[in-house]
Write a protein that binds this ligand. Structure first.
Ligand SMILES: Nc1ncnc2c1ncn2[C@@H]1O[C@H](COP(=O)(O)OP(=O)(O)OP(=O)(O)O)[C@@H](O)[C@H]1O
Ligand SMILES: [Mg+2]
Length: 460
């Protein structure tokens, strides 16, 4: 069965959804609240005016002040002129429905049946107009009916509501657009980083993510990307240099071998002459195969899957073994080979690899130390590491070469090294051995005074 790959959510989409949602909700809440306040304040005002009117009418009726009561209800001044605008309609009826008194023309505008039968406020539409009305049943059995034309206010509220809906619709459109723009703007730097990274290939490893102007959250991410690219670019450059170095190293000896063969075959030779050619070729073949062995060793050492075989060793014994091997060569060169190691020093290391590294170091020291010089093999334990060093009082290494002596094929004096068969791989192997043990190799050298190479191997 094929499982469907779920596409991850888009951050921009989520951001714009939340931006839009939140701003629209705020707008909805704000305008809804304002609308409610408006309606409530109208309601409160109407209720107050109606009940004040009803109370006045009731008080006047109780006091028996008929002229004032009549004036209040009819809207006529005592001299008979009518008030320009009657603010409210009022009526008093008996319990059996007979009209005691009412505002002029009220029966046509709003008959008494339109009012609630019990005390209370109501809103009713009548003949195209809207009224707010109040009925009050007095203890004496009369019913006081007060009403106000509410049409204008109703229209105002309705138009206010329509405008609010319009504002909300425009607000929704604007907040969708704003939400989208904000999200897109916020995500633009991420897009830029992605675009840069998409363009990176083995030939464009020099591209870098622009960090200027990036927000702080993305700044460190971009810096990390750039550092990774630095390392990749460096590794690629080293591999490219290494390949061209190999080609270069192989070209000269193979060209020499070929020339020797061609010369030998150019005419008939004696057996002794052929023998000479084969013998000198053999030497070159040996040198080449040693170089290839060492290159293979370095390639394997770089493979993360390469395992080493650690074993418990007496460090002094290991150093003695190596010294024994070089004892004869050292005495031939009139160089003293000493060991300075505490007796009980032990370590857990790969013996073969350690011997290989020490051999390279001793060969280097022997090659660069004058007769009468000293080479010292030292070992100690410090800061949880086993430190093994080979020090000599030879010619030393010029400062400008110090940073590159561990590089493959790097030789200080190329002519001399080639003459002695050195390919410039010895220190690279030493460094690999240290790395395989999870440690590192360091070098310290003073021109004319001597050199010390130290292996720092963490105690496993
Ligand atoms: N003890 C030392 N004293 C002075 N120079 C040294 C010493 N060890 C190494 N060097 C310099 O560092 C260079 C690199 O050393 P490395 O062992 O890697 O290569 P090499 O000895 O030339 O060749 P190879 O070891 O592959 O036969 C040498 O060419 C040499 O000039
Ligand atoms: Mg060497």
């Amino acid at each position: 069965m094929f499982s469907k790959i779920k596409r991850p959510h888009s951050i921009s989409l989520q951001l714009s959804f939340w931006n839009t949602g939140v701003s629209f909700l705020l707008l909805l809440f704000g305008s809804g609240w304002m609308y409610l306040q408006l309606v409530r304040s109208y309601d409160a005002r109407e209720a107050f005016v109606l009940s004040a009117k009803a109370t006045t009418l009731r008080d006047l009726a109780l006091q028996g002040d008929l002229p004032t009561l009549k004036w209040e209800i009819s809207g006529y001044y005592p001299d008979g002129t009518q008030r320009p605008r009657v603010p409210s309609l009022s009526r008093i009826i008996t319990s059996d429905g007979a009209i005691v008194m009412e505002t002029g023309g009220m029966s046509e505008l709003l008959p008494s049946q339109a009012f609630p039968k019990v005390s209370g406020v109501a809103e009713r539409a009548y003949r195209g107009r809207i009224f707010r009305m109040l009925s009050v049943i007095t203890p004496e059995g009369y019913q006081i009916q007060v009403a106000r034309d509410f049409t204008l206010e109703k229209d105002l509220i309705a138009s206010y509501r329509r405008k609010l809906w319009m504002v909300l619709a425009i607000g929704l459109l604007l907040s969708v657009q704003a939400g989208f723009l904000i999200a897109r703007r916020g995500m633009r730097p991420v897009e830029e980083i992605a675009t840069t990274l998409r363009q990176i290939g083995s030939s464009t490893l020099d591209a870098r993510v622009k960090t200027a102007g990036l927000p702080s959250e993305l700044f460190s991410l971009a810096c990390t990307f750039n550092q990774t690219l630095d390392r990749l670019e460096d590794a690629f450059a080293r591999i490219a240099r290494f390949s061209s170095d190999i080609a270069h190293e192989l070209r000269t000896p193979i060209a020499t071998l070929r020339a020797d063969c061609e010369v030998a075959l150019s005419r008939a030779r004696s057996l002794a002459e052929y023998r000479d050619v084969v013998e000198s070729s053999l030497e070159e073949y040996l040198r080449l195969s040693t170089m290839i062995d060492r290159l293979l060793f370095l390639a394997r050492a770089e493979n993360p899957a390469t395992q080493i075989h650690r074993e418990f060793v007496d460090v002094r014994k290991e150093l003695e073994t190596v010294r024994e091997f070089y004892e004869a060569a050292a005495s031939d060169a009139h160089i003293e080979l000493d060991i300075l190691v505490p007796h009980d020093l032990t370590g857990v290391v790969d013996r073969t690899l350690l011997q290989r590294a020490l051999s390279n170091l001793i060969e280097n020291s022997l090659a660069h130390t004058k007769p009468g010089g000293h080479i010292r093999l030292e070992a100690s334990r410090s800061n949880g590491s086993l430190e093994i060093s080979v020090a000599d009082d030879g010619c030393g290494i010029p400062a400008e070469h110090m940073s590159r002596v561990f590089d493959r094929f790097h030789r200080v004096d190329v002519a001399r090294s080639q003459e002695s068969g050195g390919a410039g791989l010895g220190l690279a192997i030493v460094k690999s051995v240290a790395a395989l043990h999870g440690g590192q190799a360091g070098i310290d050298s003073q021109l004319g005074e001597g050199t010390r190479v130290t292996l720092q191997l963490p105690v496993a």
